[in-house]
Ligand binder design. Structure first.
Ligand SMILES: Nc1ncnc2c1ncn2[C@@H]1O[C@H](COP(=O)(O)OP(=O)(O)O)[C@@H](O)[C@H]1O
Ligand SMILES: [Mg+2]
Length: 346
């Protein structure tokens, strides 16, 4: 039986693949390879085309010693990089390289490692403080009633911080697990908003912030009550915390006939503060876990850095969207839009 020519065989491989002839030149590329690495590779020497020692060593081993090998190859792509697992296999009169793009897997792994490192760090800080105070209370401050009261108050605060962090971590994992399950209840979001504001009154008073609510009555929307309460609490609490004392926070709830991005009627809630605003470089990253503009200030105010990450996941689950606009010196507006009725696909 006659074999089809090599270029045709390479076309059957669902990833970039190419053949290097025994003279070291790239003899054939499939269309996936042409698309991701450029047409101009054809005919070039592999040493010039892939200037990475591990890659060059593997190809040389295949060409000279008939040895197969797997290696990593990293390529600049735009501003980021693309990581491939490359399988180099000796074939008659050359070597075949198949490139499997593992950038996403590597990124997921990196995110998980960063997350674990962040959680450990965030828990260790209050834990270290607690252990220090316990030691002091067992030793030097044993019989000092005034010091004991003071230390116990600080210990209470640190324990509270750990408790909030664990609570937020649990909500985050719960929301993530449910992200693909749409809520089924219809809720009165106007009433919920009023209730959340009422519950936050002590926080407002402590920060000397006035919250002014403008709302349409009895707006109904498909949503999870507890999760929406969490979203509204988080956004209003942030506006109160970071909006500056003696300033005004405005909360506006209104229906819009059609949200362009959601392609449906929507209910929109804006939380507008008059704080110092957020520099534009931070805006795209605010919803990342543990991302804070000023971590010292956030910790001082009892923040965990997880609030907006939770908000984003909840809003995704509701097929809504979160918008953040901010101007330095003027203030920030955090808005959510939730679809009302069924989404039309047109
Ligand atoms: N209304 C706001 N004005 C200014 N900065 C804000 C506002 N809301 C959030 N931020 C910034 O975004 C960061 C992340 O918010 P969040 O996830 O709720 O965490 P935190 O627990 O710190 O409140 C905050 O640390 C703060 O730096
Ligand atoms: Mg917050």
């Amino acid at each position: 039986m006659e074999m089809p020519p090599a270029p045709l065989i390479l076309e059957g491989i669902p990833m970039p693949a190419l053949l290097i002839a025994s003279d070291g030149r790239i003899a054939t590329l499939n269309s996936a390879a042409r698309a991701s690495m450029g047409e101009d590779l054809l005919g070039r020497l592999y040493l010039m085309a892939f200037r990475q020692p591990a890659m060059a060593d593997c190809i040389e081993a295949a060409l000279r010693n008939n040895v197969a090998a797997v290696t990593r190859y990293i390529r600049q792509k735009g501003t980021g990089e693309q990581i491939f697992r490359v399988t180099v296999t000796p074939v008659p009169s050359g070597a075949m390289c198949a490139f499997e793009d593992i950038s996403e897997q590597e990124q997921v792994g990196q995110l998980r490692r960063d997350f674990v490192a962040n959680v450990s760090h965030e828990l260790r800080t209050p834990l270290t403080a607690l252990m220090g105070f316990i030691e002091t209370l067992q030793g030097a401050a044993r019989n000092d009633a005034a010091a004991r009261d003071r230390f116990l108050a600080v210990m209470g605060r640190e324990a509270g911080r750990m408790n909030r962090l664990v609570g937020d971590l649990l909500s985050l994992s719960r929301v993530e697990a449910q992200e693909r399950v749409r809520p089924t209840q219809m809720i009165n979001i106007s009433q919920l908003l009023a209730r959340v504001l009422c519950d936050l009154r002590p926080v407002q008073e402590a920060a000397r912030v006035v919250v002014e609510l403008t709302s349409e009555p009895d707006v109904m929307v498909r949503a999870d009550t507890d999760q929406m309460a969490q979203v509204l609490t988080n956004l209003i609490e942030n506006a109160v915390k970071y909006g500056g004392s003696d300033k005004l926070v405005r909360v506006v709830l209104h229906q819009i006939p059609r949200d362009q991005a959601l392609r449906s009627p929507a209910v929109r809630i804006d939380v507008i503060d008059q704080g110092e605003g957020i520099d534009a470089v931070h805006l795209p990253r605010l919803t990342e876990r543990f991302y804070r503009v000023d971590s010292h200030r956030s910790r001082e105010k009892g923040g965990t850095g997880l609030g907006l990450a939770i908000v984003k996941h909840i809003i995704n689950r509701h097929r809504g969207r979160l918008m953040i606009a901010s101007e330095k010196g003027v203030g920030s507006t955090f808005s959510i839009s939730l679809p009302m009725g069924e989404v039309t696909s047109a």
